[in-house]
Design a protein. Sequence first.
Length: 94
Amino acid sequence: MLSSKAGIKLFCGGVPYPFQENDLKDLFSAHGTVVSAKIVVDHVGASRGYGFVEMATVEEAALAIQKLNGKRVAGKFLTVVTARRQSRWEGRNG
């Protein structure tokens, strides 16, 4: 059962490197309620060019995917898809 705080998490690739989390949130908020926005950074704090946005509802997430997937933003094309859940063992070495 999903809690009332649960949202729909989207993966966003092709995020322009100068983008901050507020920029990502602003971009997606035009299409619904953004619960959270996170840009993934490397060990020195530089953007890795992708992030995750959590939308409040399935409908808002679907609209964001429809409107933003493939959209050109600051010279880069966004990839916006439903984030897949990472298993507990993915991403670990050895």
